[in-house]
Design a protein. Structure first.
Length: 462
């Protein structure tokens, strides 16, 4: 006998509360419940199998509203019952609750998980739900025209659309149903989406060091969702990200400390796949050495973190929102967003972004790359610190052996004659040392020592 799993459950005796397990099988992928078998898979058998064979099919149909196949099985002269349940095309409830199988556990669905399950079971996504209270007067026509212009450029606009007929456009894109605006329409094109979805904003924060509490400055971006990717990028570039410029011929090209194209793709992914029925904001945190982008909404099965780094099909939480961004050219294909991020980072010689499941959402982390000026400055600091070390060593040698030659210094410090000469010149220019006499017969003097001796002699004269 097999072990308990998502598709198999064992019970020693029948109790009506086990209808909950059958409903979970129907809501997940189907399964088999065996009555008369212990948890370890060994057969213990049951009596009165004939009555169960008569009662169970009717009970399952009357209470759960589904059909079941019930069989009598036998092993070692012990009888047991097998109840086979197929996956249901519609949600199945038991005593008002909805259950699914997760491994060998039967789990009740609540909150957003239940809402998503019911929508999916009815072949709907969250953004398709109508918003009866939303008015057409609240739609920002400038934002709609912006979408139309972009969709025309990509040749993805529905045919025969007139710019002044927004209602026709929305109906044909399923952004409205019988004249009622959907959640997608309100989020994408309403002047103030937060009137209906208070958390439909992006929070950006600059934190000192790598601290999540030491906030230096922040911004709250609140606008029609269709404008949000560009608005976020503008704020990041102007306030949070350093850039430098390089030239290709006469063309001036900006270079970011983060991979610009991959960053935009991550922001697009977060906006399109976010769970807008959740309980928090879309968050971007900028630290000294990295940036984190987090949006609420776990990956939809069967996707996992590993699958984001290989070819995968897209699972759309908000298909209407995704469709609008696709038609406008913001995204080129579904299912390639994370791969494109990895490719763009690699092409720009940035470190690959990291993906992580974090507190009911997906976190993308970008590591900051030093700009050329910073690299040069860092190298100079290293050189300066090296010079200081060797300068101290040279001064010690001069103090102990005033007549020491450049060659002897180089041998004692295992340095080249050229580097010794360079540091000596800097020490002379800085008026720290002076050479008295010729190169061969002269000697080195530390100027501070000369000043100190003069002061002492003056004091003695008095």
């Amino acid at each position: 006998m097999k072990k308990e799993s998502q598709y198999i459950a064992f019970k020693e005796n029948w109790r009506d509360e086990f209808l909950k397990i059958l409903s979970a099988f129907a809501n997940t992928a189907g399964g088999h419940l065996y009555v008369g078998i212990r948890d370890d898979g060994s057969v213990c058998g049951i009596s009165k199998t004939t009555k169960l064979l008569e009662d169970l099919p009717n009970k399952i149909t009357n209470i759960l509203g589904i059909q079941a196949n019930v069989y009598e099985r036998k092993k070692n002269n012990l009888k047991y019952i097998e109840i086979k349940i197929d996956k249901s095309p519609y949600p199945v409830s038991y005593n008002g609750g909805f259950y699914i199988r997760s491994g060998s556990i039967t789990r009740e669905l609540t909150g957003n998980t239940l809402q998503h399950f019911l929508l999916t079971a009815n072949n709907m996504t969250w953004d398709e739900i109508p918003v009866p209270d939303a008015s057409w007067d609240e739609i920002d026509e400038d934002t709609v025209r912006l979408f139309i212009n972009k969709a025309e450029q990509t040749n993805r606009l529905p045919p025969n659309i007139k710019e002044d007929n927004i209602k026709d456009l929305f109906e044909r894109l399923s952004l409205s149903k019988n004249g009622v605006l959907t959640r997608a329409a309100v989020l994408l094109f309403s002047k103030i989406p937060t009137r209906y979805f208070m958390l439909a904003v992006c929070k950006i924060g600059r934190f000192l060091g790598n601290s999540h509490t030491n906030l230096k400055m922040d911004d709250l971006i609140e606008c029609p969702l269709f404008r949000m990717p560009d608005r976020i990028m503008e704020i990041l570039e102007s306030r949070y990200i350093q850039t430098e410029f390089t030239y290709k011929g006469l063309q001036r090209i900006p270079v970011w400390e983060y991979p610009e194209t991959a960053l935009r793709e991550a922001i697009m992914n977060a906006i399109i796949h976010r769970d807008y029925g959740g309980n928090t904001f879309f968050i971007i945190k900028v630290f000294d050495n990295n940036m984190e982008i987090w949006n609420e909404g776990e990956l939809m099965e069967p996707l996992d973190i590993k699958s984001l780094k290989k070819q995968h099909l897209s699972r759309l939480r908000n298909k209407l929102i995704a469709n609008v961004f696709y038609r406008s050219g913001y995204i080129e294909s579904w299912g390639r967003g994370t791969l494109k991020m990895l490719e763009d980072a690699q092409a720009g010689e940035y470190k690959e972004p990291e993906f992580e499941n974090f507190e009911g959402g997906i976190l993308v982390r970008f590591e900051r790359k030093l700009l050329k000026e910073e690299i040069a400055e860092t190298k100079q600091q290293i050189l300066d610190s090296t010079k200081i070390k060797y300068a101290d060593d040279i001064l010690k040698l001069i103090k102990e052996h005033p007549t020491i030659t450049n060659k002897e210094m180089a041998q004692k410090l295992t340095m080249s004659d050229r580097n010794i000469r360079r540091i000596l010149i800097e020490l002379i220019d800085a008026k720290i040392i002076v050479r008295i006499g010729s190169k061969r017969s002269g000697n080195w003097v530390i100027i501070d020592d000369v000043i100190e001796m003069s002061l002492q002699n003056g004091s003695n004269d008095k």
